[in-house]
Design a protein around this ligand. Structure first.
Ligand code: GLN
Length: 194
């Protein structure tokens, strides 16, 4: 299985390592043509505004086509890029997931934190870095992981079909379950096309 990691900027190398640990072949994607040769893509954390600048209009259009067809996992800035609606400030993106995200939603004082959330009902460590918050999920969007409890519970990993987005950084924890979940998605997608 060939998985691309968008390597324009940001936190791509930790994703590469994790995917390789799990047996995937990794392509560091720097040019739009490379998208044709991969089965799935991770859009890593970083600065979503910078990603948009570096991608340019053509890169963004090519990425939009990719996401429509092939499994894609956006983490943190990658989640912001996939969202249909972005606040604080408003920003365009791929519009692939019907969610509203608020950038840098946890304030300056808690720029980053490690918290325990729940992934498919199981406890899991989550690393948040200048994280966005998913404030709204559309009706077809499934919540796979949450953080917090009671009224403060928020979705932190969501999915629609083959598009997955997390507001935290699973590549920075030792736990491999989230990346394995994405690889299973890619595998099932591949199998369904054979
Ligand atoms: N704050 C960044 C943004 O708004 C995301 C942070 C991250 O990817 N760790 O794009």
């Amino acid at each position: 299985m060939k998985i691309g990691v968008l390597a324009l900027q940001g936190d791509f190398d930790a994703h590469r390592r994790r995917l390789e640990e799990l047996g995937a072949e990794v392509v560091l994607v720097k040019k739009p043509e490379q998208l044709d040769a991969i089965d799935g893509l991770i859009i890593p954390g970083g600065e979503s505004g910078t990603f948009l600048k570096l991608l340019g209009e053509d890169g963004l259009a090519k990425l939009k086509d990719f996401v429509r067809v092939k499994p894609t996992f956006g983490t943190c800035a990658g989640c912001i890029l996939l969202a249909a609606e972005v606040e604080n400030p408003k920003q365009t993106g791929l519009g692939a997931l019907d969610i509203t995200v608020r950038r840098n939603a946890y304030g300056r004082q808690i720029d980053s934190s490690i918290r325990e959330g729940r992934f498919l009902g199981e406890p899991v460590e989550m690393v948040f870095i200048r994280a966005p918050k998913i404030e709204r999920t559309g009706k077809d969007v499934e919540v796979i992981a949450t953080e917090g409890s009671g009224e403060d519970m928020v979705p932190v990993l969501v999915r629609k079909g083959n598009t997955l987005a997390a507001t935290f950084h699973p590549e920075l924890s030792d736990d491999r379950r989230i990346h394995q979940y994405f690889l299973d998605l890619v595998e099932n997608w591949k199998r369904s096309r054979e």
